[in-house]
Structure formats: structure tokens, C-alpha cells
Design a protein around this ligand. Structure first.
Ligand code: F6P
Length: 547
């Protein structure tokens, strides 16, 4: 057994993968692979709770998969996953356990902190139901940033069809006053509830927005601060000092980017209600069980995490594009940017030793079909190959009775268009179009007199561009919970292979500290416009800004 604490690129499995990449896998072509193996789609499709995954359009085959699974084995991924679930301090640099999985375990489960979790969940959901039934509260504003914003914001948008009967939800994160100010203009303090969401209750952006909201509330004669402000935090003392009575707490073993399942999910519960919130948890829990129990060769988050390693380290792919074909998932790419890049954007291993290999890719994307009319040109014909992840949802989310029947039929036709586009993009990336095929095209928009061979070169698609398709039957609280948990376990997998701590985020500290040093130089006061000790560029810019 190889030492799982050794650098991952010093293991026999890594060397075997490198040799495989340089040898048998060197000229892998998707089109040929499908001809060679008519069973390829079935062999490389996987079922997990609520999610069907087609991995067959990836630069992957049986031998590659076997080597990747051997790598997971050598890296002790299974043991690390067990340590995660058991509540061992897998976040070593902060000495913390990482137990978002415990937040979605059902009452009575033999998971760590089960009683504590439900002792907060029950009153929080009770509170959410009371607010939802209160006709006096029409608008809820969540003030939080990063993990205290991205998850709830993404989920509330995704589950719009489940938001009937509750208040309108708004999310403000940026310290830029242009985020909060336009919203406040539209709100009535008598009918507004502010959720101050901050794990630490020390985050500059959130506290600045909370102070502004309080000032606005009091200025407009707002009374009963306790009814109109609620906090979700681990720092109950700081919330009380702010003047907030109602606080739903959580624990240091819940990482910010893994916190939507905790009290940070309050805006979700306010939007969709207690029953649907419990369904979200149940979907995530089902995926947890799959991650913990499914055999490695059928374990979807494990396989996706290994595929990420294959592209990042053996094909040098620096980015991955997310293309959710459901407008409700418009914020999923932004959510995944934090989940993946804050978790795995590391350059040292979990013992602080420099890594000799690449880690987190850039994750980016837009919902389909919008992306097709923006950057898909580059994906099809650009010089860089970017693996793409399509997320298709079989059924629409519209509720019966919300629209006249004629429109409902129209939505179905539009949904077929959406799905056809998603499937077609994956097909086009893989199949491409040869110069010969392009030569045969009639192209009415081509320049008059252009050389047909030149035109064909412009119109050639190389193809053999990889993609994964994740398929949901419908976008429901349960399937969304499962999908998010799938990504969490996937990110854990690649992090475990690389041997990094996926649960700290020291990289955000330096900028915060420097901003605090610059702040007095940009505000009225004795240090205004002071440039002592600054580098020449920052000094020059500060002089201009402080004029
Ligand atoms: O960006 C750094 C970070 O610590 C994130 O990990 C976290 O989600 C975010 O700031 C917000 O922190 P808090 O919930 O403590 O306000």
C-alpha cells in the first residue's frame, strides 16, 4: 500500500496514468471510440439518486477508468471520506471537523451532532412557516456574502416554482452600495424582514450592509427591530450586540461554502417552506449515502472527481465550463466557482508542502441557450479544448394552473427546443465537421467570390471535444439537493487525490488585510490620501481616487 501522505505525483498509479496518457490514450478519438464499442454509452452511464450521468462523451475508456480508480485507491480516498463523515478534523489547518453531511441526516441517524442539528432545524423551520403565514412580511432581504449568499441565492432561484404563498426573496451581497440602495428604494420597512447571514458575523461587506439596512429602517420610522431583523450565525454574541434577538445558530464544523443546509438556509425555507426544505435535505442525504456506500466503479461523485483529475493533470485542461439547460440554475456556475475554486484552489498539500501539480481548474459558465450565443464559438472552434458539463432537466418546473392552457402547451414546445439545443451542442462538440463536409455546404451568407476551400476551413469543426451530461428528471427540492451534494463530494474527491485541505480558504485573507490598511486613506480623516509605504502603482491610483 502506498503512503497516502506521499505527494500524489510520486505514486505508482500516477506514473501509470502518465504512461497511459502518453501511450494508448495519446490519440484517443471519441468518434472512433463509439464505433469501436457500441456499448460505450451504456458502459459509461451511471445512476445516482436523482441524477443520471452520461460520461461517454469524455476522453475516457475502461483502461483509463481502471487506472483512475487505482489512483483513488492509492490516495486513500475512501478512508478520507470515512474520516469526513465520522467528524474527524479533516480541516487540519483550522483543526476542525467538516460535517455538512450531518446537517442533512434524518432525525435519529447515527451521525455526529444529530440532536443538535435537529434542535436548530425544527425551530428554524417553525419560524420560517410563521413568517410565510404573516401577511405583514412581504419581502425578505438576505444580507450575506460568499457561502452566506451563493447557495441560498442559487437554490431560491432554482426552486422558483415552489415559492408560492411566501414572501418575495432578495439577496444583497456586495459591499458596493449600488447593490443594496436600488432595492431599498422599492421596499417598505413595515413589511420587510432582513436576514443577516454571516457565519463569523465579522465580514466587512455583510456588516456594512446590515448597518445600512438598520439605518434605513430606523430613518423610515421602523419600529420593532427584533421583528424585522434576524441573524443566522455561529457568533450569537455579536448578533445580539447588533441588536438582534432572533438568531439561528450553527457550528464551526460547517464550512461557509457548505452551509446552505444549516441556518444559512433560512431564506430558502422562507421561500419554499418547511416541507420542501426537508426534501432538499433528503435529496442531499440520499446522495451522501450513495457517496459513502456505492462501489467505487459505480460511485458517481468519485468518478466525476477522478475525471476532473484526468483532465486537469493528464490533459492540462485549465478550465471546465458548466452549461445548465434550465434558467433556474443560472447561478449554479457562480455557486460552483466558490465550491470548487475556494475548496481546491490550493498550491500546497494538507501538510503545507508545495505541490508539483495543478489543482482547481477555472470553473465558469452560463445557462443554455444563452452561452451558445456568446462563448460557444470558442468551445467549438477555439484553440483551447474546454471540457463542458451539460445539465439537462427532462420536465419543466411550471406549476399546473399557473398559465393558460395555450401557453402551457407553448412552454412544452420551448422546453423541447431547450433540450434539443443542449443535446445538439454536446453532439456538435464531439462530432465536429470535416473540411470535406463543409465544402459541400451551400452558404448564402459567405462573401461573394471567396475561395471555397478557404470558406471550408473557416467552417470546419475539429470535434472530439469532451463533455459530460447530467440529467435530472425534474428540478425539484429533492433533485437539487442531490445535485449539489454530488458536486460537494466530487470536489472532495479531487481534493483528496491531490492531498490538499479542501476546507480552508487562507487565500482570501491577504486582500482583506490590505483593504483594511487602505480604507483610512480613502475616507475623510487625518490619513486621507496618505501614500506612505505603498508601492508606486497603488500610490498613484490612490492619489487619483482620493482627489
Ligand atoms: O470568502 C471567504 C469567506 O470566509 C467564505 O468562505 C465565506 O463563505 C464568506 O467569506 C462569508 O463569511 P461569513 O459567513 O463569515 O460572513
Amino acid at each position: 500500500m502506498t503512503d497516502p501522505d506521499a505527494p500524489c505525483d510520486a505514486t505508482p498509479a500516477w506514473a501509470a496514468l502518465a504512461a497511459h496518457r502518453a501511450g494508448p490514450a495519446r490519440d484517443f478519438d471519441l468518434r472512433e471510440a463509439f464505433v469501436r464499442d457500441p456499448g460505450r454509452h451504456a458502459a459509461l452511464s451511471f445512476e445516482a439518486p436523482e441524477v443520471f450521468a452520461d460520461l461517454s462523451k469524455n476522453w475516457l475508456d475502461g483502461p483509463t477508468l481502471a487506472l483512475l480508480l487505482a489512483l483513488a485507491d492509492e490516495r486513500g480516498v475512501e478512508a478520507r471520506r470515512a474520516a469526513l463523515f465520522a467528524g474527524e478534523p479533516v480541516n487540519g489547518s483550522e483543526g476542525r471537523a467538516v460535517l455538512h453531511t450531518a446537517l442533512r441526516a434524518p432525525r435519529g441517524a447515527a451521525t455526529p451532532h444529530n440532536a443538535e442539528v435537529h434542535a436548530v432545524l425544527d425551530p428554524m423551520l417553525g419560524y420560517a412557516e410563521r413568517v410565510r403565514a404573516d401577511p405583514g412580511i412581504t419581502d425578505v432581504v438576505n444580507l450575506g456574502i460568499g457561502g452566506s449568499d451563493l447557495g441560498p441565492r442559487m437554490v431560491v432561484q432554482a426552486l422558483d416554482a415552489w415559492t408560492h404563498g411566501g414572501p418575495r426573496l432578495h439577496f444583497v451581497s456586495n459591499v458596493d452600495s449600488h447593490d443594496l440602495a436600488p432595492l431599498l428604494r422599492r421596499l417598505d420597512p413595515r413589511h420587510t424582514l432582513f436576514v443577516i447571514a454571516s457565519k463569523t458575523f465579522t465580514t466587512q461587506e455583510t456588516l456594512a450592509n446590515a448597518e445600512a439596512a438598520k439605518a434605513w429602517f430606523l430613518h423610515h420610522g421602523g419600529e420593532d427591530l427584533a421583528r424585522h431583523f434576524v441573524a443566522t450565525t455561529t457568533n450569537v454574541t455579536a448578533a445580539a450586540a447588533f441588536g438582534i434577538d432572533t438568531t439561528f445558530g450553527f457550528w464551526d464544523w460547517v464550512g461557509g461554502r457548505y452551509s446552505l443546509w444549516s441556518a444559512i438556509g433560512l431564506p430558502i425555507a422562507l421561500a419554499i417552506g418547511a416541507t420542501a426544505f426537508r426534501e432538499l435535505l433528503a435529496g442531499a442525504h440520499a446522495m451522501d449515502e450513495h457517496a459513502a456506500q456505492a462501489p467505487a466503479a459505480r460511485n458517481l461523485p468519485l468518478l466525476l472527481g477522478l475525471l476532473d483529475v484526468w483532465y486537469r493533470n493528464f490533459h492540462e485542461r485549465g478550465s471546465r465550463s458548466i452549461a445548465p439547460y434550465h434558467q433556474g440554475l443560472a447561478r449554479l456556475p457562480a455557486y460552483l466557482q466558490q465550491l470548487e475554486m475556494e475548496s481546491n484552489g490550493k498550491r500546497v498539500d494538507r501538510h503545507g508542502r508545495p505541490l508539483g501539480i495543478a489543482t482547481s481548474p477555472v470553473v465558469w459558465g452560463e445557462p443554455g441557450t444563452n452561452g451558445q450565443h456568446a462563448y460557444f464559438q470558442m468551445l467549438h472552434q477555439g484553440s483551447e479544448v474546454v471540457p463542458v458539463e451539460f445539465i439537462l432537466v427532462r420536465r419543466t418546473s411550471h406549476r399546473d394552473g399557473d398559465h393558460p392552457p395555450a401557453l402551457a402547451a407553448h412552454w412544452q414546445r420551448q422546453h423541447a427546443m431547450l433540450l434539443a439545443n443542449g443535446l445538439a451542442q454536446a453532439q456538435a462538440l464531439m462530432l465536429g465537421k470535416s473540411a470535406e463536409a463543409a465544402l459541400g455546404d451551400k452558404v448564402p451568407t459567405a462573401a461573394a467570390g471567396i475561395d471555397p476551400a478557404e470558406l471550408a476551413r473557416h467552417r470546419t469543426f475539429p470535434g472530439n471535444r469532451p463533455s459530460t451530461t447530467l440529467l435530472l428528471d425534474a428540478l425539484t427540492p429533492r433533485s437539487l439537493g442531490a445535485l449539489i451534494a454530488l458536486y460537494e463530494h466530487r470536489v472532495f474527491t479531487s481534493g483528496a487525490v491531490w492531498g490538499i485541505n479542501s476546507f480552508d480558504q487562507w487565500g482570501v485573507e491577504l486582500g482583506k488585510a490590505l483593504a483594511n490598511q487602505l480604507l483610512p486613506r480613502l475616507q475623510p480623516g487625518p490619513r486621507h490620501a496618505e501614500v506612505d509605504g505603498l508601492d508606486a502603482s497603488t500610490a498613484g491610483l490612490l492619489r487619483r481616487l482620493a482627489r
